[in-house]
Design a protein around this ligand. Structure first.
Ligand code: FCB
Length: 466
């Protein structure tokens, strides 16, 4: 492989999720989700924005597929709104909801774009939250798997790549522990329960998807970030080890090793849900691929006053009177440090520590304050540089023997960025939310040329050179 080339068959795509783009929140029999409800609570979302209309893709996906075709995308990752398919989360099926995804998949395939379907990207049917506390209840795992099977039966003849859950850590932590996302709970007991029940749901869903289509490839998308100590002190280094378990290994270890990470799991004894015989086997059923969502790295410091875990994230720019060394890097509009090397680090770790599974980068991108220039275009050099630097890291990881198979930019289009509403733009395509007009950003054109160059290289055999 030559420099900056990617392995043969490597897929370039972009990602979105249902609540963030679809709109049509109650169209054609869709039931309400926890996000429909949460976003209506005053003050929960910046400027009280919500996803009622979003990017309107429930009513028009053709425009965006056309754009994907122009950009040369080879794959598209989207999510299914559970409450569109099962308005109450279980029981009666809403055929019109399934029809929508059926048409979407057909249109993607007709454009030569491979669909990657996420089954749960946080928009749990509200009825399941009300009746059982959602994934706080063990019953939700089996209910999720049944929903996955229903979608699998309908789309599985054409969809081969499935992602059970998107960032179960974020749903557990921001949704149930910190109250910043739907369902808005602040319950310290919920963190591990919601994690365990989601993992169980993942394992059951994987088995049921393969039961209906033996050739289904099933993975999961995890938000991961390397965890660094704030200083070189021994206590901070120990804190970083625990922080890594709290964010990364809490999923990687059960999925790949069939056990929760120690010492964290022991320390959180008081919060642990009952793990029943067979659970860990269900969870550790071999994955066909793992999805990594990468945005930034994390710094933590020892904090004796934080019960049980004894660490805390360190966002302070100054440590011991000095500007912290990592502050010299750039930051995105989210306040997240731009740190491309972290992506290499995570990828290499999958090879070294977890048996080199197939990996897709299922999300990577950045928000910057984009505006439409007088020339009618959106010039976003920072995002372009972000994508360049991160795709370089992916290429370097592939050269280092990491089994990385594809890369999805987050996001195809600007969209509803959860608690931040519409002000944080992550798209490689700009959306004018008042008119629903799309403008391909400079970063989008850059991505197009990367994909074209790669495809040309593959045709001439460059990508297969040693
Ligand atoms: C991830 C989410 C995705 C998007 C990006 C910015 O955590 O999976 O929906 O909000 O962050």
């Amino acid at each position: 492989m030559s420099a900056n080339a990617f392995p043969p068959g490597f897929l370039f795509g972009a990602a979105t999720s249902a609540y963030q783009i679809e709109g049509g929140w109650d169209a054609d029999g869709k039931g309400p989700s926890i996000w429909d409800h949460f976003a209506r609570l005053p003050g929960r979302i910046q400027r009280n924005h919500n996803g009622d209309v979003a990017c309107n893709t429930y009513f028009d996906f053709a425009t965006d597929i056309d754009i994907m075709r122009r950009l040369g995308l080879q794959a598209y990752r989207f999510s299914v709104a559970w409450a569109r398919v099962l308005p109450l989360g279980r029981g009666a099926i809403n055929e019109k909801g399934l029809d929508y995804y059926d048409r979407l998949v057909d249109a993607l395939l007709a454009a030569g774009i491979k669909p990657f379907v996420t089954l749960f990207h946080w928009d749990l049917p509200l009825a399941l939250q009300r009746e059982m506390g959602g994934f706080d209840s063990r019953d939700c795992a089996a209910i999720f798997a049944d929903y996955a099977e229903i979608v699998g039966r309908r789309l599985g003849d054409r969809v081969k790549q499935w992602i059970t859950l998107n960032e179960p850590w974020v749903h557990a932590t921001l949704g149930h522990l910190r109250g910043l996302h739907a369902p808005g709970r602040l319950n310290p007991w919920a963190y591990l329960r919601v994690i365990h029940h989601q993992l169980l749901g993942h394992g059951l869903a994987a088995a049921q998807l393969k039961g209906v289509h033996a050739d289904a490839q099933v993975g999961i998308s995890l938000n991961m970030g390397p965890v660094y100590p704030a200083t070189d002190s021994e206590v901070d280094r120990a804190a970083a080890g625990l922080g890594d378990q709290f964010i990364n290994r809490i999923f990687l270890d059960p999925l790949f090793r069939g056990q929760y990470p120690e010492p964290l799991w022991g320390r959180l004894r008081a919060f642990r849900p009952p793990v029943q015989p067979g659970d860990m086997e269900t969870i550790a059923h071999p994955l066909d691929f793992v999805g990594i969502n990468y945005y930034t790295r994390i710094h933590v410091r020892h904090a004796w006053y934080v019960p049980f875990v004894g660490f805390w994230p360190n966002d302070l720019p100054v440590v011991a009177g000095r500007v912290a060394p990592w502050r010299k890097n750039g930051y995105s509009q989210m306040g997240w440090e731009v740190y491309p090397a972290g992506l290499f680090e995570l990828l290499f770790r999958m090879k070294q520590e977890y048996g080199n599974p197939a990996v897709y980068i299922t999300e990577n991108g950045a928000a910057f304050a984009d505006t439409v220039s007088d020339d009618g275009r959106v010039h976003d050099p920072q995002r372009q540089q972000f994508l360049e630097q991160h795709t370089d890291m992916v290429s370097a990881a592939a050269r280092a023997g990491v089994n990385v198979r594809g890369y999805f930019a987050w996001s195809l289009i600007d969209n509803f960025e959860w608690a931040y509403g519409y002000d944080k733009r992550f798209g490689i395509v700009y959306v004018d939310f008042a008119t629903q007009r799309r403008i391909i950003k400079d970063s989008g054109y850059w991505y197009q040329s990367l994909i074209q160059g790669q495809a040309a290289g593959e045709r001439s055999g460059a990508a297969t050179e040693p």
